[in-house]
Design a protein around this ligand. Sequence first.
Ligand code: SF4
Ligand code: SF4
Ligand code: F3S
Length: 361
Amino acid sequence: MKRNTAAARTVGSFLVDRGVSRRSFLKYCIATATSLGLSPMMGSVMAENLAKAKRPSVIYLSFQECTGCMESLTRAFSPSVENLILNSISLDYNHTLMAPSGHAAEAAREEAMAENYGSYLVIVDGAIPTGGPGFCTVAGHDAQDIMREVAAGAAAVISIGTCASYGGIPKANPNPTGAVPVSEIVTDKPVVNIPGCPPIPEVMAATLAHFLSFGSLPELDEFGRPMAFFGNTIHDRCYRRPFYDEGKFAKTFDDEGARRGYCLYELGCKGPTTYNACATVKWNNTTSFPIESGHGCIGCSEPDFWDKGSFYAPVSAGLFSGKEGLIIGTVAGAALGAGAAWNARRKRNKRLAEQGEGGTS
Ligand code: SF4
Ligand code: SF4
Ligand code: F3S
């Protein structure tokens, strides 16, 4: 069948057909391996494995979302290798992008699941409502039922965006639909979280590349996030950090301090308590990121970021130490509570990986 033929092709042949040279492919793999915390030598292994890897069948589910995550992932500049990696999956179901609709679309999902049961990848954006039937249905089926049914045959589930990872804006107070993250519905498989509103496409591409190359997911932290990209705060890597350390702050968005590029802490920047790779990977083909554009980080990759008070109020003194961004105080209490829950999930992920039901390390 047409889709199977496409899925059976290797990632390497797909990239060659699109004019990617071996040199630029190797360069991408070495950079990706390094960004994942692997040695450059593993970049060569990654290139070799990735070239031979079969294009995986991917079922992409969207629930309570705004399509921003999809926009982020499909936003192409020049056809970078990252974008081609994202394109080199066999996207068998995605109700935003696929040509079929209605019964034909659902039939394509069921067919892809049956043909690739146990080996397909599931990517999810959007939170899942639990407050009552009918808040989010696709083809007459409730979001929770679809999520459980599709996850049952998956090799891995990847939640992209803050909505899928933590509930995001749909879960914001008063959460009228009872929105929950994917990991609260899928409890018998490891779930990778790539938060961000939207998430960084390169992080998604690197996570996919790792899975395709090594058959496992990259090392995850206690929130289920790829450690290599979420191991540091924005503040740890921010180019305005020297100004913070010198106590030089912009007081308004158009004062002399702002013009000189001073630290945006007093204007509400949440970089000190936000874990993401924006300061290093950046956005729009490494063009910039919010802080470089003159606005503080609003903490969009953190749980409950929408409910943590004004985006323009400074992170309270005492919520982090100046040097390391160590969180203490009230928010820390909440974070530790959340951390405990996520820690339980992390242990579950490890257990499942050891049992060979998933691939997290
Ligand atoms: Fe939209 Fe943000 Fe939710 Fe993605 S995480 S679906 S960009 S609201
Ligand atoms: Fe950068 Fe914000 Fe930290 Fe200032 S507070 S150094 S702008 S991350
Ligand atoms: Fe979001 Fe902050 Fe990055 S607002 S895009 S995590 S700089």
